[in-house]
Design a protein around this ligand. Structure first.
Ligand SMILES: *[C@@H]1O[C@H](CO)[C@@H](O)[C@H](O)[C@H]1NC(C)=O
Ligand SMILES: *[C@@H]1O[C@H](CO)[C@@H](O)[C@H](O)[C@H]1NC(C)=O
Length: 425
C-alpha cells in the first residue's frame, strides 16, 4: 500500500515536471553574448548548432524550414510555442539532404510545393507539411552557375501565386558583361510556376523584373500594398577619378520594383538599376566632382568615357533608400500592416572600422519609406552587437528573416549557427 502510494506520487511528480518544462523553454545562451536590443524588444535564441543557417520559411503547419549552407541541406523544425519569445525546438530532422542547396527557399501559396536553389538550379518538390516529407524533385530553372556570388534567393509572389522570382548576383566585384541584359547576371527574373509549366528553362528565359543589381540577396513584397522590394550589396574597393573612396562609398541600396500583380507599364518593372557602371552615394563629401551628388544620387565609378558619364547614371533607376557602405543587407521583410520593413545587415569586410551586423527597422507609410531618398537616419537598430570592432569573428550576423503566423520575427545568424525570435520590434 505504502509502496503503491509512493509510486503514484512519483508518477504525479513526473507528470507535473514534464508539463512545467513544456511551459518554459530551456535557456540557450547567445553564442557571442546577448545582442543589444532596442527598448521594448525581446529576443531569445530558439535554436543553435545549425550549419550556417541561411534562408528560412514557415510552412502551413507552422514548422520552420531552414537551409543550412554549411552542407546540411534543408532542416524541418517542429517548434514548442509557449507564447512570446518562449519558443523552442520540439524536434528537428533533415528534410532534404542535399549539400548544394545554399540559400534560397520558399513555398507555393497552398504550401504543397517547396522551392529551393543551388548555385546553378532552382528545384521544386511536392511537400507534406504535417508529415515533413518531400516527393520527387523537378528542376525548374537551370544554367545559373558563375564565379563570385553563389546564392539565388527565391520569392513566390503573394499577389500572383504563379510567379516565382529568382535573384542572381554578379560574377565577381565588377562584372562588365552584366551591362548587357542577355548576360543573365545581376538580375531578378520571374518564372511561371502554374501547374502546367513543368519544363526546365534557362535563367535567361525568365521575365526581367529588374537588372543592373549587383547582388540583391534580399527581396520580398509588402503584403499591405503588393509593392516588391529588394536590398542590394554594392561594389567593393571603389575608386572614382583616381581616388580611393571605398571606405564610405557606395551605399548599399533598398530598391523598389513596383507591383507584380499587374502587367500595366510601370517605371520600375524591367528597369536598369545602374550596375556595373553606376552606384549610389553614401558619403558625397569624399567624392571628386561632387557638386550635384547627394546621398542616394547615382554616379559613375572610375573615369568618364564616351557615353559613360554621371549624366548617364542619372537615367538609371535610383534606389529608394541608401545605407552605409558594405553593411551587406541580406534580407528585407515587411510587417503585415506595412508600417515597417526589417533589414538583416550581415556586416562588412571591406571597410574600417567594421560596420553592419545588425537588424534594423525602416518606417513605412502608404507603401513607401517615410524618409526621403537622401536620408542617412532611416535605419533604426532593433538588434546589434555590443562592439562592432569584434566583428565579424566574434559577432552574430543577421542573415535572413521570417515572420510566423503570430507576427513574431525570426532571424538566422549564419556565423553563430543560430535562429533568434524577436518580439516588440
Ligand atoms: C494588386 O494588388 C494591390 C494590393 O492588394 C491591389 O490594390 C491592386 O488592385 C492589385 N492590382 C491588380 C491589377 O490586381
Ligand atoms: C502595425 O503592426 C505593428 C505590429 O507588427 C503594430 O505595433 C502597429 O501598431 C501597427 N500599426 C498600425 C498603424 O496598425
Amino acid at each position: 500500500m505504502w509502496t503503491r502510494s509512493l509510486s503514484i506520487l512519483t508518477i504525479v511528480v513526473a507528470i507535473f515536471t514534464t508539463s512545467s518544462n513544456g511551459q518554459t523553454c530551456a535557456n540557450i545562451n547567445p553564442g557571442q553574448g546577448a545582442p543589444v536590443a532596442a527598448a521594448g524588444v525581446q529576443t531569445r535564441v530558439v535554436m543553435n548548432g545549425l550549419r550556417s543557417p541561411r534562408g528560412m520559411v514557415f510552412d502551413t503547419a507552422v514548422n520552420l524550414l531552414v537551409v543550412e549552407q554549411g552542407g546540411g541541406g534543408i532542416r524541418y523544425i517542429k517548434l514548442t510555442d509557449n507564447g512570446g519569445t518562449n519558443v523552442c525546438v520540439a524536434s528537428s530532422k533533415t528534410l532534404i539532404a542535399d549539400n548544394t542547396l545554399n540559400h534560397g527557399i520558399d513555398l507555393s501559396a497552398d504550401g504543397k510545393t517547396l522551392f529551393a536553389s543551388s548555385l546553378s538550379n532552382v528545384y521544386s518538390y511536392p511537400y507534406d507539411a504535417v508529415v515533413g516529407t518531400v516527393g520527387t524533385r523537378m528542376t525548374l530553372v537551370q544554367n545559373m552557375q558563375n564565379g563570385g556570388h553563389s546564392t539565388r534567393t527565391l520569392w513566390v509572389s503573394k499577389f500572383d501565386p504563379n510567379m516565382l522570382l529568382v535573384s542572381r548576383g554578379s560574377d565577381g566585384n565588377i562584372d562588365a558583361p552584366t551591362a548587357q541584359i542577355r548576360s543573365g547576371r545581376s538580375q531578378i527574373r520571374a518564372f511561371s510556376i502554374s501547374g502546367t509549366s513543368t519544363a526546365t528553362v534557362d535563367y535567361t528565359a525568365g521575365e526581367v523584373i529588374a537588372w543592373g543589381l549587383r547582388n540583391s540577396v534580399g527581396m520580398s513584397e509588402d503584403i499591405s500594398t503588393g509593392g516588391f522590394w529588394s536590398v542590394e550589396n554594392s561594389v567593393d574597393d571603389m575608386r572614382r577619378q583616381g581616388k580611393d573612396v571605398h571606405n564610405t562609398n557606395p551605399g548599399e541600396e533598398l530598391n523598389y520594383h513596383g507591383l507584380l500583380n499587374t502587367t500595366a507599364p510601370s517605371p520600375q518593372r524591367g528597369a536598369n538599376y545602374g550596375y556595373p557602371a553606376c552606384f549610389s552615394a553614401w558619403d558625397p563629401s569624399v567624392l571628386p566632382n561632387n557638386a550635384n551628388i547627394k546621398v542616394g544620387t547615382q554616379f559613375l565609378i572610375g573615369d568618364p568615357s564616351g557615353s559613360n558619364t554621371d549624366a548617364m547614371c542619372l537615367q538609371r533607376q535610383a534606389p529608394r533608400l541608401t545605407f552605409p557602405s558594405h553593411t551587406a543587407p541580406l534580407d528585407v521583410k515587411f510587417n503585415r500592416n506595412g508600417t515597417a520593413a526589417y533589414i538583416a545587415f550581415h556586416g562588412s569586410w571591406n571597410r574600417q572600422p567594421p560596420d553592419g551586423y545588425r537588424l534594423s527597422r525602416i518606417e513605412f507609410k502608404d507603401g513607401q519609406p517615410v524618409e526621403p531618398a537622401t536620408s542617412t537616419t532611416t535605419a533604426f537598430n532593433i538588434l546589434s552587437n555590443s562592439n562592432n570592432a569584434n566583428c565579424p569573428s566574434r559577432c552574430f550576423r543577421p542573415t535572413t528573416l521570417a515572420f510566423d503566423s503570430k507576427d513574431r520575427l525570426f532571424m538566422t545568424s549564419d556565423s553563430t549557427g543560430e535562429i533568434y525570435i524577436i518580439t516588440g520590434a
